[in-house]
Design a protein around this ligand. Structure first.
Ligand SMILES: Cc1cc2nc3c(=O)[nH]c(=O)nc-3n(C[C@H](O)[C@H](O)[C@H](O)COP(=O)(O)OP(=O)(O)OC[C@H]3O[C@@H](n4cnc5c(N)ncnc54)[C@H](O)[C@@H]3O)c2cc1C
Length: 428
């Protein structure tokens, strides 16, 4: 069993598909008594080996716990089981004019998104999954069922255990129910593509657009080489220059026209070479479909290769430096690598293609990954902006967290003293 990463684990002894919290509790109680490792599984779209079993045992596939239990439009909330898919949730909440904004591109399960604290193109305006989880039912490794959080929009009551479980990658227990916050679907959208002479100027414009108060809903940086692949594959006609793909949300076309005018002026001052915008739904859909399929597009362009995806995030002011650093590394090592990212969050990806069996080629890609992570941490950033630690990033935890890493380890040992929940992840 594997996700989209090159990380390979061990075959589990079995796969189990629970359908209720009670069943999960009974299974975990049994696995705890019998020292059997358990690895929760959502849609398997992770990029760091997060749901890949490393010590055999049971894989607990959560996809049959896929009921939307309640949607409460007046409260802007929904109660869901963890196997609900993000797109299905948005189809159902959309009937009430509401949506769940975190969008990792892939049609992930809500449980997998919670466990990885997933985010995506609209995080710059709407936040990450952690900002939308109000309440959780979690089955602890021993089989004990606990409830965290509440349905009030604010609370200062005690330790925030909900957020401890968000991003814990299934290492502390299995989430079996969640109350999620929803938000209103914006009535009008503006999609803009802006081109620049080089990636550095494009990334410098990012801080200007954010600081302008225009509140972009998406701000993505793309290199010409990736746009070229998108044009070829999807028959688009995008200019093959360093570009920003932006989106703004507003209450009227007039307001969005004013936003476009101001954004154009700001980008011109930053040396933009082109500016194209549209408020038609088709303009927007075309742009984002191409962006969302960036990984698939790269993968299809190198069908015999595996991909190693670098995912780091840095303070916005250092984003241009990080972009130039990463592109220079790709060039220096003569790697097949595409530098792009959720620029508005200071989140950078480099998707590199190579053959894990070609030791020389693959160790160069791993070296690039390591140097980019070290640089990001040195700049005050993080080794993962959104994909989580899984297997691939565990070696960087000490570097990033120092003493706090030991505290995380102590929390893990307290909740999972036998180390049975998703072993081999987050901790070395
Ligand atoms: C093309 C592509 C683009 C992507 N782009 C983005 C992006 O922009 N942003 C982003 O954040 N991610 C992105 N991802 C990564 C991935 O989609 C997300 O991390 C997603 O949240 C994983 O969800 P999943 O359902 O596939 O979970 P899985 O991969 O199956 O599991 C993820 C983790 O959750 C744990 N888990 C699953 N269910 C539960 C549960 N009920 N209780 C406890 N633990 C559980 C697993 O053990 C594992 O550790 C992308 C992936 C692909 C393939």
């Amino acid at each position: 069993m594997h996700d989209i990463s090159p990380h390979r684990g061990t075959l589990p002894a079995g796969v189990i598909w629970p359908v209720t919290t009670g069943e999960v509790a009974r299974i975990l109680s049994w696995t705890y008594q019998n020292d059997v490792p358990v690895t929760p599984w959502g849609a398997g779209t992770s990029t760091e080996g997060n749901p890949v079993p490393t010590k055999g045992g049971l894989v607990m596939d959560m996809t049959r716990m896929n009921k939307i239990l309640d949607v409460r439009p007046q409260d802007l909330q929904a109660d869901v089981q963890p196997g609900v898919l993000r797109k299905e949730l948005n189809r159902q909440t959309g009937k009430h004019g509401l949506f769940f904004p975190p969008d990792p591109g892939a049609d992930a399960t809500i449980g997998g998104m919670i466990a990885n604290n997933a985010s995506g193109v609209q995080t710059i305006k709407y936040g990450a999954t952690k900002d939308y989880v109000m309440k959780l039912t979690v089955v602890l490794p021993s089989g004990q069922v606990i409830h965290t959080g509440c349905k009030a929009h604010k609370s200062s009551s005690g330790y925030d255990l909900t957020r401890l479980f968000v991003g814990s990658e299934g290492t502390l227990g299995v989430a079996t129910e969640a109350t999620l916050k929803l938000t209103g679907i914006p009535s009008h959208h503006l999609a803009i593509t802006i081109t620049f002479k080089d990636l550095a100027s494009a990334s410098e414009a990012v801080a200007v657009l954010i600081g302008s108060g225009l509140e972009p809903a998406a701000l993505e940086l793309l290199p010409p080489v990736l746009i070229n692949l998108m044009n070829r594959e999807q028959h688009l006609n995008l200019p093959e220059e360093p570009s920003l793909f932006c989106e703004f949300h507003g209450v009227s076309p007039k307001m969005l026209q004013e936003t476009a005018d101001l954004a154009r002026e700001l980008c011109r001052d930053c040396g933009a070479t082109g500016f194209k915008f549209g408020i038609e739904e088709k303009d927007r859909r075309e742009l984002w479909r191409a962006r969302h399929e960036a990984w698939e597009t790269i993968h299809r362009a190198h069908p015999k290769k595996e991909t190693l995806i670098v995912d780091v995030a840095v303070p916005i002011s250092t984003y241009p430096q990080m972009i130039v650093f990463s592109q220079n590394l790709v060039d220096e090592y003569q790697a097949v690598g595409y530098v792009f990212g959720h620029a508005g969050d200071g989140n950078l990806h480099v998707v590199m293609a190579g053959d894990p069996d070609d030791k020389k080629e693959w160790s160069a890609l791993e070296k690039i990954n390591q140097l980019i992570v070290e640089k990001a941490v040195q700049l005050g950033g993080t080794c993962t902006g959104e994909h989580g630690i899984g297997i691939g990033k565990s070696k960087f935890m000490q570097l990033e967290h120092g003493d706090s890493y030991q505290l995380m380890r102590a929390i893990k040992d307290l909740i999972d003293p036998k180390g049975l929940m998703n072993p081999g992840k987050i901790f070395l």
